[in-house]
Ligand binder design. Structure first.
Ligand code: AMP
Ligand code: MG
Length: 562
């Protein structure tokens, strides 16, 4: 297939001829996306588009080539205008030539879907009627400084993670009872107040004797149950009957299990000798003063059990994070409904809800209408929940479609947008914003509903479930870690257990995989809307931009997702 791609600041011609290769027969299908006079319910005079030109052309070519294998066409021509485009002008032109109409339609439809999701061209802003005229009139003196602003860069994964690190800071720690501490992050290292175990204790039901006592028979001088504490110095030829867990009466004893003893009244004789001491020695788990659980650790069942054994009943922990999560998209219906054509069951709500359960969060979820004004009205009724939240997540609408209002919505809520594009597949249109926070860099401070010392963060996540999964593990988890004072999320190194088959992609890729004893096994995924691979995925393999396939045995970086 002949492919021609142009990114241009100039107006797109009114008529474009089909390529000569089409000949006299076949279809020449054209699509023009024209800038309309309205954006998110308000009048506008122009839209400003930005692009990452090399990457955008590479990605457009890749998409067309891959669609061309499914829908064979003769030629495709894509012209995308960038910069300020006045209302009524064409922003995007696509022409497809093919012997049959069906292939051209299918290729065009597939391309338009992928263009929005995968190509680094984005709507920078809508220009209001008056200001826009001034901007459009001239590029000389008097033109708005804004119109000359450097295009906002698309960030690499590392740059985006560094931004998150620099914008967020741990929320103040609180003391919480153990029963409420599960999933929270310990904020001070807890050390053992005394030896654990506190004294030598029997691990078996039997008879305690001195370790070096070679007597033929022993006199039973006492009986000790698990709760007894009766210190005494045992003499040679003496023994005490002990239960499992009982504290031994003095040091340097061992326990002969009752199965190796014959008892007659108050005397015993050992019938079988063994070397095992059958006791837990004082301090063998940990000595007084040694660290038990380090600051930054997530409190799981085992760590909580250890804190309980050390008597640390009110550990200093991160507060429960308050998360508000909105889904968007009029096509989204709740999973109980049978979707009508065009509708999609909501899988992101339960995905996010479940992913958040690993962190101690109070999560509120709701759906927003796909109309900016109605969405604002609904949010108006939930203002306090949002104002009190630490993290706001919005699913979908993060891209540059006509109805994608996540960015203006976050700005309306007082968030300053730190970045809105990350060079990652899947998950490129990812918005990250912050509000409040005394320690946020001064340049980033914005007015907000929250108390001035409290940082609130917001993410606009691309709607596709696999993008959600990737963006959560890569960026949201890093944010939650920072806010809760946990160890930062780290990439690990591992080897591929099977070949990872991929064409070179200009974006860094996070590829779902199954981590097994034999190595990392890449899972098949058709698109970022693919939910099937999530059932198996417990890792994301990091593939550098432009890398392509990696052979089995190759060393890679990966992120654990379980
Ligand atoms: P968007 O990011 O809003 O352009 O959405 C991209 C794709 O994700 C569309 O195909 C949506 O239908 C889909 N999507 C958006 N939200 C959800 C959701 N909550 N559950 C499942 N799919 C979704
Ligand atoms: Mg949407």
């Amino acid at each position: 297939m002949e492919i021609e791609i142009q990114l241009t600041p100039d107006p797109i011609a009114e008529t474009i001829s089909p390529p000569p290769s089409l000949g006299a027969h076949g279809a020449w299908l054209e699509f023009r996306g024209v800038v309309r006079g309205e954006e998110n319910g308000g009048n506008i005079s122009a839209l400003e588009y930005e692009a990452y030109p090399e990457m955008a052309t590479g990605e457009i070519r890749r998409i067309l080539e891959s669609l061309g294998t499914k829908f064979p066409c003769l030629a495709a021509k894509v012209i995308h205008r960038v910069g300020v485009i006045p209302v009524g002008d064409t922003a995007i032109y696509v022409g497809v030539a093919s012997p049959h109409r069906g292939e051209a339609i299918a290729l065009l439809a597939g391309f338009m879907d992928r263009l929005k999701q995968d190509v680094p061209i984005w709507k920078r802003r809508a220009l209001p009627p008056v200001a826009a005229n001034a901007n459009l009139r001239t590029s000389g003196p008097g033109a708005s400084a804004d119109s000359h602003r450097r295009p906002q860069n698309i960030l690499s994964v590392n740059e985006a993670l560094a931004e998150i690190q620099s914008c967020c800071r741990p929320l103040p720690a609180i003391r919480a009872p153990l029963a409420e501490a599960f999933g929270r992050v310990l904020r001070e290292t807890v050390c053992a107040p005394s030896d654990l175990p506190d004294r030598d204790r029997s691990t078996r039901d039997g008879y305690a004797i001195r370790q070096n006592d070679a007597s033929e028979s022993f006199r039973v001088v006492d009986t000790l149950h698990a709760a007894d504490w009766k210190p005494c110095q045992l003499k040679s030829g003496e023994t005490v009957r002990v239960a499992t867990g009982a504290a031994l009466p003095c040091e340097n004893l061992r326990v002969v299990i009752q199965e190796h003893v014959e008892r007659d009244g108050d005397r015993i004789r050992i019938t079988k000798h063994e070397s095992a001491l059958n006791l837990r020695q004082r301090g063998e788990d940990v000595k007084a003063g040694q660290p038990l659980v380090p600051a930054g650790a997530h409190l799981n069942a085992g760590r909580l059990a250890l804190l309980a054994s050390a008597g640390c009943t009110q550990p200093l922990v991160s507060p429960r994070l308050r998360v508000v999560h909105f889904t968007t998209g009029d096509e989204i219906v709740s999973p109980e409904h049978t979707p009508r054509p065009g509708q999609v069951r909501d899988s992101n709500s339960i995905l996010i809800h479940s992913l958040l359960r690993r962190f101690a969060c109070e999560t509120e979820q709701a759906h927003l209408p796909e109309d900016f004004d109605l969405a604002k009205e609904q949010i108006g009724n939930q203002q306090s929940a949002i104002g009190n939240s630490d993290v706001l997540l919005v699913s979908g609408g993060a891209s540059v479609g006509d109805r994608d209002f996540t960015r203006p919505l976050l700005e309306w809520l007082g968030f300053e947008i730190v970045f809105s594009q990350v060079n990652v597949r899947p998950g490129r249109p990812l918005i990250f914003g912050i509000a409040g926070g005394a320690s946020v860099p001064a340049s980033r401070l914005v007015g907000s509903l929250a108390p001035p010392d409290k940082v609130r963060v917001a993410f606009g996540l691309p709607g596709n479930p696999l993008s959600h999964f990737v963006c959560f593990h890569l960026f949201v988890a890093a944010t939650l870690a920072k806010l809760t004072g946990a160890e930062p999320v780290k990439f690990r190194r591992g080897r591929l257990g099977a070949k990872l088959d991929d064409a070179p992609c200009p974006r860094e890729t996070l590829w779902p995989a199954r981590r097994e004893p034999t190595g990392l096994h890449p899972l098949a995924w058709a698109s970022s809307g693919d939910v099937t691979c999530l059932t198996e995925a417990n890792a994301l393999i990091r593939i550098p931009a432009d890398r392509g396939s990696i052979e089995a045995g190759g060393e890679v970086e990966f992120l654990s997702t379980d």
